[in-house]
Design a protein. Sequence first.
Length: 496
Amino acid sequence: MTKSITEIDNLFINGKWVAPEGGNEAIINPATEEVIGLAPLASMSNVDAAITAAHYAFNHGPWPSMTMTERADVMNCMAEALEARQEEIVNLIIAEVGCAQGITRMMQVANPINHLRSTIKYALRDEPERLPLDITPNPFAPDGPKNIGGTTVVHEPFGVVSAITGYNFPFLLNLAKIGPALMAGCTMVLKPSPFTPYSALLFGWIAEEIDLPEGVLNIVTGGIEEGQLLCTDERVDMVTFTGSEGVGATIMEQAAPTLKKVHLELGGKSAMIVREDADVERAAAMAVGFLSVNAGQGCAIPTRFLVHNSIRPTFVAVASAVAAQINIGNARDPIVTMGPLIRESQRSKVEEYIELGKSAGANLVCGGGRPSHLDKGFFTQLTLFDNVTNDMKIAQDEIFGPVGCIIGFETDEEAVKIANDSRYGLNGAIETADAATGYEMANRIRAGSVSLNGGTGTMSFAPIGGYKRSGIGREYGPNWIREYQQEKSIFYPVGH
């Protein structure tokens, strides 16, 4: 009988399955609260062994010195192996995260594999850059012939990478670290969220299947202390993290004494501007759709809806009606469109913010509680507040749940000002019949990406990342691999 992913009970270190010294930890389905497996729990010693393996593999193994084409051959095998397991991974995400099937199949699983393919394609274009010839006087013989020289800029793997990922889109986040880092020639220690370990551990199977060299990819689990070791150990050259701004700031502090490169994709409080000329019904339905994605557990999801006051009553009415049609439940049922929050702790946090919104004077127009038909699981209703002012905590803090804030405005200038009045700057959106004006407004929004009139309709192959406290660096796009490379200039004379 074939072993399932949730039966993995060891860590993957130096190309081998290693017993966890920390024992095992029960992982639960957030929709049913049932145990889906007993995941391995790494000790500090296990994590140290993983760092040792990655460090040795980078300094003595074949992976960093392989050509880009050779690494691409291996990574294409990874993509094929993942595609072969695609349905199994979908079922895992449904159980581990609770995400609805439609979102899971496309955003959680299919898109990440497509991005891996794109990463490989872009990486194969990576070539040394030869700069223009430089002609200068000879400082030792000013009256003699001039010197002529050239420069070639080469790109080399950054080194040992610690990758620490969140729980909301775990397969995507893990693959978003593995793909570009390994294509660049780096070696890695991957530590997933304690809530979603299997979405990382499955890559041990993949590494075995494609004969990835020992030590190139190591997978451990653990808590705060294990994560701190990955951020402080001097053998680690770079830390890449996706998660909250608070943890991101802590990682920067921990990495500072050893001057590691830090790559961060953090939180957001993105604004969707709905101008007076917009299709208000379409915009309202889109807003509710955003909030329902993985129960609002997405850093780039727009949760502040800046709506022109002339159409705001219609927006509120339509959004409330659409929200009432959201089917909340266990994503095992294909008709479910919104699953649970990841744990009771997250639901409690969301409920605290809902109470803050009420006490601040915002008008609760729908939701605000728990679905009455569900007595198990960490479910919450999709919630919308109107009459929100941008200084309220529900408008400034990342709630990480299906809670939306409707804020009125009168002019485009005011809308852009409100959108930018945030410590975050990850994403944004504009709905308008005047695409040219919308484009001009998009250029004024301080965020790493802005979707105009729905954008491409899916997560494209463009660079994604944050301004301000939303992060440092970029993921995806043609230059993604650069985040995991050092740049070296080689100077040489020409003609002798």
